[in-house]
Design a protein around this ligand. Sequence first.
Ligand code: BTN
Length: 267
Amino acid sequence: MTSPQRPLTVDDLLPHGPLGRLGGRVFVHETLDSTNAFLLGRAADAGDGAVAGAEYQTAGRGRLGRRWEAPRGAAILLSVLLHEAADSPVLTHGALLGAVAACEAIEAATDCSPGVRWPNDIMLNRRKLGGVLAESCTHADGRAVVIGVGLNCLQQRGHFKGELADKATSLECESHQPVDRAALAAGLLARLDDWLASSAQEPRDWAALRAAWRARCEDVGTRVTLEHDGHVFTGTALDISDTGDVIVELDQGGRRHFAAATTTRVW
Ligand code: BTN
């Protein structure tokens, strides 16, 4: 990692104060088990729009129970808490929302132009730069959705070992400019807030978000290998459905939808 930058502060995350929905409360910690776990634990009292950030996570969570790890101060580790109705589409669209907002923030703050990979990867030059984890819980007043984003910022190439050596990257590895974590984190929250506002009018319309995600999607038309229910499926990804499933033309014949919650992607 290049020399660590100073820890991010509340002012870094929200330089102009609270946003439209996000940032009423902001929790910035040096160390947390997981920013997602923290907000899920505070779902009832932290308030809609609460933000949690950390410099280091001791039990960072990835999709399907995996770990998400980054050296202290090297990544952006942010989560937002949304109080939502029980049938809210935010949970199924949370990964799309986080990924599109992250891509837009990266484009605004760096010379990099990232893409997305189903179901929740943020990609740069065919390597994974970051990921999004949307989780939900019920609390006394209803349902809460937490969207957490992890972005590799300052790791150097040699940091990624073993199978990650060819598969993971950071902005430091890919950008020709110094990486400003503060600008990136503030941009990420601002873009999340904008997307939440634009989909807030009734009837809630997520078509624009899905279109933005599809426009960045590196999967459509490419070969994919997926594991579902103990079976491996290969085929060509055709599209993403309106509920966020990947639609695959299978080598064995036929088309099939695969849901993110029950499908593992074989790289
Ligand atoms: C994945 O690619 O599997 C998702 C990774 C999500 C990681 C972020 S880091 C901030 C937030 N807190 C967590 O524990 N996980 C998410």
